[in-house]
Write a protein that binds this ligand. Structure first.
Ligand code: 5AD
Ligand code: SF4
Length: 511
């Protein structure tokens, strides 16, 4: 049996979920989600809107009102929340950290695994009591979960205190959606299942003044068989280089010290440009010339990670020596069923190239255990690969079936207990490697970007090294926002403890 036949044999035909929008009757539905439509690629052209502006009719809508946003999931979602906070602020709303004070509560949700969704449903249940106390409060659900038909149906039937549901492509429509919700008092649903546009000049209310997120591309076309993201975030579309470079320059001028470039699959950056040949390596080569101490990016896909990018990252300067490179599995059979489009050998070869060019690189990864029908041998191959690469740490997950994805239709013969036990065994290896990686720093002097006080004590400062290691040390608050040298005294389980040496002078950027 070849791989395709095997894959097919693992798929069990399931009855198609019936699309029943009758319950939408009397609701304000401008668009309802459809996973089927969200799967389409290439039919619609990406529109590039350069001049987002809030219509005058909406200005002042938030006067005397407060908003509260709770964000779940990845950094892309965190950044979307910053955009929504920017829109709220332009409308005249003020932020609050207290739900009871809020006039609008938004849950910016994540659909990547079932437990992420359960947290949101739990929170929605919890919000009923606030709504009873203050019936004028608007409650909204946005983010990846609102792109799923089943979630929207569940909200319609079970969580009728929700006032608005809007999708990841509808963020810029927030002023319209709010107005509609104030006027109609019925649940407003606006979820476009389109391939997606690129919208520039959106306002942003950033969460901090030291590190900033910058989107470089949106969406994902990889369609790994377990992943819901290509359905919830639309097709791959890149922002133009000049827009990104300008945004990073502006952030540098405002005093930001570190930029995290964001995309679901940043190595596909530029693939969609019809008029220029310009990829992530080219972008990084320009960004490294900007006078800002650190630039990172997330998240990478091994398949599109090209030699030019490695060459550019090896120039270092403000490009840090940390690469997050999700491998997902060390077994060729599983990688094939996951449709990752690379082999174990390809991955190891890529790691060899990266290490040869950047010998002090810190590699971290994501791994899924308990994929449908994963055997003990296939799991062992993942453990062996982990050891061979020597990842410094990893995010590890038990596979979670996502409705609408090909893997959700596969029959699975691995009991949950076995999956849990595999996760524990993998985590033991991850811990072994992460403590060994930390131990190496004892006695060394490292550069730390000081972000604030440690969670436990005000007089202990905390920050990260270029290779993303958390460091705590005693020092005055004036050091917050600066890059300092710290001598490492002790490696703890998940962090380093050190003593302050000196402030690093204005970063020398190699050009
Ligand atoms: N089940 C478990 N983990 C998943 N991830 C993505 N989809 C799933 C799923 N259905 C993990 C992958 C990815 C990370 C962001 O989340 O490891 O890299
Ligand atoms: Fe999901 Fe794969 Fe795209 Fe990552 S590359 S977002 S895992 S489909």
């Amino acid at each position: 049996m070849n791989e395709e036949q095997r894959l097919a044999s693992q798929q069990v035909k399931q009855p198609k979920p019936e699309k029943d929008y009758s319950s939408y009757f009397e609701r304000v539905v401008t668009a309802a989600p459809s996973l089927k439509d969200a799967k389409k690629r290439g039919k619609e052209e990406v529109k590039y809107h350069k001049d987002f502006a809030i219509d005058e009719e909406f200005l002042g809508m938030g006067q005397g009102r407060k908003f509260y946003i709770r964000t779940y999931g990845c950094q892309m979602n965190e950044h979307d929340s910053e955009v929504m906070a920017g829109i709220f602020t332009q409308l005249g709303y003020e932020p609050t950290h207290l739900i009871e004070e809020a006039d609008v509560v938004l849950l910016n949700t994540c659909a990547i695994r079932e437990n992420a969704e359960n947290k949101v449903f739990g929170e929605l249940g919890f919000l009923v009591k606030y709504k009873r106390k203050n019936p004028e409060m608007l409650i909204g659900v946005c983010g990846c979960m609102s792109q799923e038909e089943s979630v929207v149906n569940k909200i319609l039937t079970t969580y009728q205190h929700v006032d608005m549901v809007f999708g990841t492509h509808n963020i810029h429509r927030l002023p319209h959606i709010l107005k509609e919700a104030y006027m109609s008092k019925e649940m407003v649903i606006e979820v476009w299942s389109k391939e997606g546009d690129v919208i520039e000049s959106l306002p942003k209310q950033r969460n901090g003044a030291i590190k900033a997120w910058v989107n470089i591309m949106y969406g994902c076309d990889k369609f790994c068989t377990y992943c819901i993201v290509p359905y919830t975030r639309g097709k791959e579309r890149s922002r133009r280089p000049d827009e990104i470079i300008q945004e990073v320059r502006d952030l540098a001028a405002q005093g930001y010290q570190e930029i995290m470039l964001l995309g679901q699959n940043v190595n596909a950056y530029g693939k969609d440009f019809a008029d220029i040949e310009y990829r992530l390596g080219d972008l990084m080569d320009e960004l490294r010339k900007i006078d800002i101490p650190r630039i990172r990016f997330t998240t990478s896909h091994p398949r599109d990670f090209d030699d030019h990018l490695i060459e550019v990252l090896a120039k270092k300067g403000n490009l840090v020596e940390h690469i997050h490179l999700p491998v997902q599995s060390g077994s060729n059979d599983i990688l094939k069923i996951m449709a990752r489009k690379y082999t174990r050998e390809h991955f190891l070869d890529l790691v060899r190239k990266i290490k040869a060019a950047i010998p002090d690189v810190a590699l971290t990864t994501d791994i899924i255990v308990g994929y449908p029908n994963e055997t003990e041998e296939q799991f062992q191959e993942t453990i062996d690969l982990y050891r061979e690469v020597g990842f410094e740490t990893a995010f590890t997950y038990i596979y979670s079936p996502r409705e609408g994805t090909p893997a959700a239709k596969m029959q699975d013969n691995v009991p949950l207990e076995v999956k849990k036990e595999r996760l524990q065994r993998l985590n033991a290896v991850v811990e072994e490697f992460s403590s060994a990686a930390l131990k190496k720093y004892e006695g060394e002097i490292v550069e730390v970007l000081v972000e604030g006080s440690s969670k436990k004590r005000d007089d202990v400062l905390a920050g990260y090294t270029r290779r993303n290691k958390l460091v705590n040390f005693a020092g005055p608050q004036e050091l917050v926002g600066q890059i300092v040298k710290v001598k490492i005294l002790e490696a703890k389980s998940y962090s380093l403890r050190g003593e302050f040496v000196e402030i690093v002078n204005r970063h020398e950027v190699e050009v």
